[in-house]
Design a protein around this ligand. Structure first.
Ligand code: GAL
Length: 446
């Protein structure tokens, strides 16, 4: 299967080495005026070859799936950063609801095929960006923007590599989500006499789950109405069971989806499903997060956009977190980025949008609300929560692995098979059929 993502102690080391050149870069950036506050920045620095910001008019249509109570204010923070410089441009928020972009991505495809792109759209680094948009010739490179803004020096190489094709860079990463979070309601857990330490094994979870079951509380709040939730819970369970090295081997074609270790992970996933809320097919991901907030569910396996919900609902103090059982030491990358469409209707405004969202200031405003950490490593860490600092530390030292559920690890076809097969598995729990479907999909991709 293409798109092998290197396990990443090496890559991380490279990225860290890269970060040490940050001081130099910042000096250069400062010389260019880049470290000045956003407001009025480009008007005076002469950095941009584009029109004087204040002169820009027209519209800017931004396409995403950020509509949940936590996602929407984070998107708004990016809009605010843009409007602070480009007040004359009318922002059109073309977000299509549906967690993980299930509905949005279909709408976007129709628009792109009909030659009716928005001015920029949200996607994920890796396969999703390359296979759905770059190879299909829907996106223009923005390599010159990376050069003029000095971004290659402040964005880790792991991320740069996954927006680069044939030496051209194609998207601006705004935030790095950690996909393998396991969130819990502190009071519910304490009331049940359960202790959660810095890590949780699968056995620990099942033991706690029995305690919750006896009390009539779903141990695992699940919102499988959003199609990404089942596959994401499975990929986290798989990672926790086989570890990051074997996980990466699956996508490099070096380990089969019918390996016994994979089948065992499927069996564990099936067992976890014995502890979920019965209304999960009718519940969205944020609905399931809400169950935990309300104390009607103990744990939720979710990328840290869940943290954005806790921020929006002002309940961060009541919530604890660990890695999804067994997956400590690994960081599932779910990296949100924005593109420049070929034939963007408002190309100049679109380029300015990408420039703004790539700044330190915009990323410092957006990520505290979104739950992700900035794609830039030169941010002021004191502006971030304890959770964010924990995630930054994990990003710096842990094995980085790509998410299948969010389109980074494998082709769109493989992802779709994973979605369909997981949906079936949640109902029939047939390990052999699940495994076979993924073996077939991997073979077609090879
Ligand atoms: C992911 C995306 C996140 C978050 C999540 C739920 O695909 O990367 O930013 O929005 O879906 O909608």
């Amino acid at each position: 299967m293409p798109g092998k993502t290197t396990p990443t102690r090496d890559l991380v080391n490279a990225a860290l080495a890269h970060r040490s050149s940050r001081r130099e870069t910042l000096k250069q950036a400062a010389a260019l005026g880049l470290s000045a506050p956003l407001l009025g920045l480009l008007g005076t620095s002469g950095v941009s070859a584009q029109a004087t910001p204040s002169a820009a008019t027209g519209k800017l249509e931004i396409f995403s799936w950020w509509t949940s109570p936590g996602e929407a204010p984070a998107l708004e923070a990016l809009f605010k950063a843009y409007s602070a410089q480009y007040a004359g441009v009318k922002i059109v928020n073309a977000a299509v609801a549906g967690g993980g972009g299930g509905a949005a991505q279909a709408v976007l495809q129709t628009r792109l095929q009909g030659n009716n792109p928005p001015d920029s759209w949200q996607t994920h680094i890796g396969h999703e960006l390359f296979d759905q948009y770059v190879s299909a010739d829907y996106a223009d490179p923005i390599t010159d923007l990376y050069d003029s803004q000095g971004w290659r020096d402040v964005v880790p190489e792991d991320l740069l590599a996954q927006v680069t094709k044939d030496d051209q860079l194609y998207a601006v990463a705004v935030g790095v989500h950690r996909g393998n979070g396991f969130w819990y309601n502190k009071k519910v857990v304490a009331d049940a006499g359960v202790t959660v330490g810095d890590t949780l094994t699968l056995d620990d979870f099942f033991k706690a789950a029995d305690t919750f079951k006896a009390k009539g509380i779903p141990a695992l709040a699940l919102g499988s109405k959003d199609s990404f939730v089942g596959p994401q819970t499975f990929e986290n369970t798989l990672l926790g069971a086989i570890g990051p090295e074997s996980y990466n081997k699956l996508f490099a074609g070096d380990l089969g989806w019918d390996d016994q270790s994979v089948k065992d992970a499927m069996t564990s996933f099936a067992k976890m499903l014995d502890y979920v809320n019965s209304d999960h097919p009718a519940l969205t991901w944020d609905g399931a997060v809400d169950l935990v907030i309300q104390g009607k569910g103990a744990f939720n396996s979710m990328g840290d956009w869940a943290y954005g919900e806790f921020v929006a609902k002002d309940v961060t103090d009541n919530i604890g977190w660990v890695s999804h059982p067994g997956s400590q030491g690994a960081f599932v990358l779910v990296v949100d980025c924005f593109t420049l469409p070929k034939g963007a209707p408002d190309a100049e405004n679109a380029r300015n949008w990408l420039q703004v969202i790539g700044t330190k200031e915009a990323q410092e405003a957006f990520n505290p609300l979104k739950g992700s950490i900035p794609a830039r490593t030169d941010v002021d860490k004191t502006k971030f929560s304890k959770y964010h600092q924990w995630s930054m530390a994990s990003f710096a030292k842990d094995a980085l692995v790509p998410s299948v559920a969010h389109g980074e690890a494998a082709s769109p076809q493989f992802k779709q098979t994973m979605y369909d097969a997981t949906a079936t598995f949640i109902v029939d729990k047939d390990v052999d059929a699940f495994s076979l479907a993924l073996v077939d999909a991997a073979q077609s991709d090879a």
